[in-house]
Design a protein around this ligand. Structure first.
Ligand code: C5P
Ligand code: C5P
Ligand code: C5P
Ligand code: ZN
Length: 444
């Protein structure tokens, strides 16, 4: 795969030398924004012009529009692998730097396709879209940008239990460049920007059952230790920090572990995992440009807007988790599902499904599909656990095949996937996914 990545670097070099304007299309989540950030930062340093567009998903009309734009190079990051056929017919050069599941269509000579799945590497765990994008520029002497690949990996939940595979190589690059330090610490969020009860309640990874997503539970926990819940973690005395650490470790030992930090960054963005959560909040609130501008170095006002968005987003996540707690999920024999027509829940459905599994609000022995109604369609977000994937479950495949069956579209990763289906086919779709998951487990 590194050879394939070098091919991409070579193509890029040619276009940089020719001073061509480079077109970048990326995905709208934390990983996709980080992917765009690696590419944009690299091109900015090379003093070439680029034009970036961030989209929720790649659709035919965008592809057709790009086909008619007069660019010499289009880069698709954190997306594109399922459109190789269409991109083959482009008259210009194309680089795909993706990590979603691939189809059987082979890339032609105008397309350089970087994707871990092409090399039997696990794209849901060992390399993110930002990682693929980083590999595409790595040979241009860009190891100091490697940390953006790790932000993307955190955004796609790849680093929370430690990095594996190609991600580990990227960690080494980042360390070598001096832009990454790894040290032991308490992995709670917003240590110097939020009161302690919120820092704990908004810590979703690793999960703290009884505290995660539960502001009351978090407050009670702190009161039991006689710690002031309104104080910030960074303002606690050393002894208090130790007491808190010991009590949190009793709930989840993973709460103390490796923290990945960029020493040159401001405190708010210094921790890579937290950086990804800020980009995630921008993405989920449709402020993709804001996220990208932060990653390109904009500070003050941009960060204030982003942290306000993050507060709103966290509030929505908590409401979403409360909704799951109250309503529960509907169980079929091999899957469970959530359904809502609420606008706010729609934007957090995938995330609360994932957190719901991790804090056991949902039975983690079955994949969960979060369904949101959008007029005549339903948006589906599927999430499952590593354990279920080891049992044979592949949600990306199940959602792709089942949605296609009803004229919809879907795909993603084994552990996390999504689809769009016509509203009328809801029940038949659910039954088909249920059957497919049953088949996957029985035929593993
Ligand atoms: O489109 P993209 O690949 O960036 O999205 C991957 C999705 O999978 C993210 O929403 C990420 O949080 C989710 N995921 C997960 N658990 C994992 C790996 C990925 O929920 N272990
Ligand atoms: O929707 P998606 O699966 O992308 O969710 C990824 C985001 O959700 C992360 O960036 C993070 O904000 C949050 N999350 C988390 N812990 C989990 C699951 C999701 O912090 N266990
Ligand atoms: O939308 P959501 O965060 O649930 O998406 C989870 C994963 O499924 C992402 O990797 C996304 O790119 C993929 N997906 C897809 N086709 C869709 C919806 C989502 O491939 N129609
Ligand atoms: Zn991704």
């Amino acid at each position: 795969m590194l050879n394939r990545a070098s091919e991409a670097s070579n193509v890029l070099k040619g276009h940089i030398e020719n001073n061509n304007v480079i077109r970048i299309i990326s995905h709208n989540d934390a990983d996709g924004i980080s992917a765009a950030a690696v590419l944009a930062n690299a091109l900015k340093e090379e003093k070439v012009q680029f034009h970036t567009t961030i989209v929720p998903r790649l659709k035919e009309d965008l592809i057709n529009q790009l086909r008619h734009e007069k660019h010499d190079l289009v880069i698709f990051s954190d997306m594109g692998s399922s459109f190789v056929g269409e991109l083959n017919s482009f008259k210009c050069d194309v680089i795909i730097a993706d990590h979603h599941q691939v189809s059987d269509v082979e890339a032609e000579s105008n397309v350089v396709h970087i994707n871990p799945h092409l090399f039997d590497i696990d794209g849901s765990r060992d390399l993110s879209g930002a990682g693929s994008s980083y590999l595409a520029v790595r040979d241009l002497d860009k190891k100091h940008l490697a940390y953006f690949a790790l932000i993307g990996a955190f955004g796609d939940m790849q680093g929370q239990d430690g990095f594996t595979g190609v991600n580990k190589l990227i960690v080494d690059d980042a360390k070598q460049s001096g832009n990454l330090e790894i040290h032991d610490g308490l992995k709670i969020v917003s240590k110097s920007s939020e009161p302690l009860f919120k820092s704990l309640a908004y810590t979703f990874s690793p999960p703290l059952p009884g505290i995660t997503g539960d502001l009351e539970g978090s407050t009670e926990f702190l009161e039991r230790m006689n710690l002031s819940y309104g104080i910030k973690f960074s303002d606690l005395g050393e002894e208090e920090k130790d007491i808190l650490k010991d009590e949190l470790i009793k709930i989840n030992p993973d709460i103390f572990g490796d923290c990945y930090t960029v020493p040159k960054e401001i405190p708010l963005l210094r921790d890579l995992e937290e950086y990804s959560y800020i980009l995630d909040a921008c993405g989920k609130n449709k402020k993709f440009g804001l996220g990208l501008s932060i990653a390109l170095g904009e500070r003050e006002k941009a960060l204030k807007t982003a942290t306000d968005l993050q507060r709103k987003y966290r509030d929505q996540l908590v409401k979403g988790l409360e909704w799951i707690k109250k309503e529960g999920s509907v169980n079929l024999s091999h899957i469970q599902y959530l359904y809502s027509e609420d606008k706010v829940l729609k934007s957090v459905m995938g995330t609360i499904a994932s957190i719901g599994l991790s804090i056991n609000l949902l039975d983690d022995s079955k994949p969960v599909l979060g369904l949101s109604r959008l007029h005549k369609d339903i948006k589906v977000s599927g999430r499952t656990t590593r354990q279920q994937v080891e049992n044979g479950v592949n949600l990306g495949k199940a959602l792709q095949d089942s949605s296609n069956n009803f004229g919809g579209q879907g795909g993603g990763h084994d552990i996390a996937a999504g689809a769009m289906i016509p509203f009328d086919s809801k029940d038949n779709f659910l039954n088909l996914v249920n059957d497919m998951v049953e088949y996957q487990i029985n035929n593993d």
